[in-house]
Design a protein. Structure first.
Length: 150
């Protein structure tokens, strides 16, 4: 059995455009039967989770804190790690591929960790670095992430 989990990395304070992309990505992942993995908080994480929930999908929220009640309201499974920023490794490792939406140090750390452990990363909005895949639309990002994770 192949586990289809895709991690979404993104800004805690996204632009409206980034928020819309994240919601579309979450919905498309759910419709494709993939589990969404996020850091479980607000911003891009919450928008993607909202989209996945609307699409009838499963949302795995990997929290930095110790309280599972700290997850956004769209999480269906919560892991409270108590590890702070170190939880970014768990987010990166729990998906067979990642999709990045937005800029920021947390997002960049998740991208770097994902690449370090050999996970492909598709960037919708974010850094242009060697070894990353680019997508222009949510549809392209989800299709590419799913094909790279197969």
């Amino acid at each position: 059995m192949s586990i289809r989990q895709i991690s979404v990395f993104g800004a805690g304070a996204p632009t409206p455009y980034e928020r819309e992309l994240a919601e579309q990505v979450g919905r498309l992942l759910a419709e494709a039967g993939a589990t969404l993995v996020t850091g479980g908080l607000g911003g891009v994480m919450e928008a993607a989770s909202r989209g996945a929930a609307a699409g009838g999908g499963t949302v795995l929220a990997i929290l930095p804190g110790e309280d599972p009640n700290g997850a956004n309201p769209y999480a269906t499974v919560v892991a409270a790690t108590g590890t702070g920023h170190a939880r970014n490794l768990a987010v990166a490792a729990s998906g067979s591929a990642g999709i990045a939406i937005g800029h920021g140090w947390g997002t960049l750390s998740e991208i770097g960790l994902a690449r370090k452990i050999g996970r492909p990363v598709v960037v919708l909005v974010g850094p242009e670095l060697e070894g990353l895949y680019r997508a222009e639309t949510a549809e392209q990002a989800v299709h590419l992430a799913l094909s790279l994770s197969a």
